[in-house]
Design a protein. Structure first.
Lengths: 114, 136
């Protein structure tokens, strides 16, 4: 599995270093395969972030190299992508980690009385 | 910007990507650009995004590209040394080859040069002497 080869151990938050665009793409693909244009539209709606097409293809290539997504057979000129099982596990782990940090942040804000 | 000019601009920017990338994503990337332009995204921002992506694509090391990159780096280093060894002595006056300090230039010191790798041997002397001759 590409994730383990690269990071040496399973369970590590591999998405910490891939950038926001890659995480948003994984989140967008979590409910089903999409091609480039659909991804850009979905991410704009989901997070209010307009991904540039160059950024999109860079992130797609990186996620594919990591084994977190895979291309499906081309539909006309469009290549849909789908999230893989390691991709879903990595996304789940990353979201859990964000949730823990978020909870800690909220707790500290409360304790600080801010 | 009118349609054909926009298309030409996008095509030109997409040509900045490596051929391997264009074979894989080229058609889809052109279609995606057309759809985004239709939606009102400025052509300049699309072109810039593709240009930055092309630069990243060319600069990011790939596993299969490592060997050729290393080979290129070695070739470049070898060429630099060859050029330095071959050209510099001919462009420096003969007195620069002397190891004794030039009269009236007491600030010039002989001996090892800080930061120069001794293992380079002969080219080190040539490079040092050339520099020595020019600056002192």
């Amino acid at each position: 599995m590409a994730v383990n080869k690269r990071d040496g151990r399973a369970g590590q938050d591999v998405l910490r270093r891939v950038g926001e665009a890659s995480v948003l793409i994984l989140i967008s693909l979590a409910d089903g395969p999409k091609h480039g244009y659909a991804l850009i539209q979905d991410i704009k709606e989901l997070a209010g972030v307009e991904l540039g097409p160059g950024t999109l293809y860079g992130a797609l290539d990186r996620l594919e190299r990591l084994g977190l997504i895979e291309p499906l057979p081309a539909d006309d000129r469009r290549h849909p992508y789908r999230i893989t099982a390691p991709g879903a596990a990595a996304l789940r782990g990353h979201l859990d980690s964000l949730e823990r940090v978020s909870a800690a942040g909220r707790l500290r804000l409360r304790l600080g009385g801010i | 910007m009118d349609g054909p000019r926009t298309t030409r601009l996008v095509e030109a920017v997409l040509r900045c990507y490596p051929a391997r990338w264009r074979r894989r994503h080229g058609d889809e990337a052109a279609e995606l650009a057309a759809l985004l332009i239709r939606d009102g995204t400025p052509v300049s921002s699309i072109a810039w995004s593709y240009l930055a992506g092309a630069a990243r694509e060319r600069l990011t090391p790939r596993p299969g590209r490592r060997l050729s990159t290393a080979a290129c780096a070695l070739l470049l280093a070898a060429c630099s040394l060859g050029i330095a060894a071959g050209l510099l002595p001919s462009t420096v006056p003969a007195r620069a080859a002397s190891t004794s300090p030039a009269p009236g230039r007491a600030h010039c010191r002989s001996g090892p040069v800080p930061g120069v790798i001794p293992a380079l041997g002969h080219p080190r002397v040539i490079i040092w002497e050339a520099w020595h001759g020019r600056s002192c």
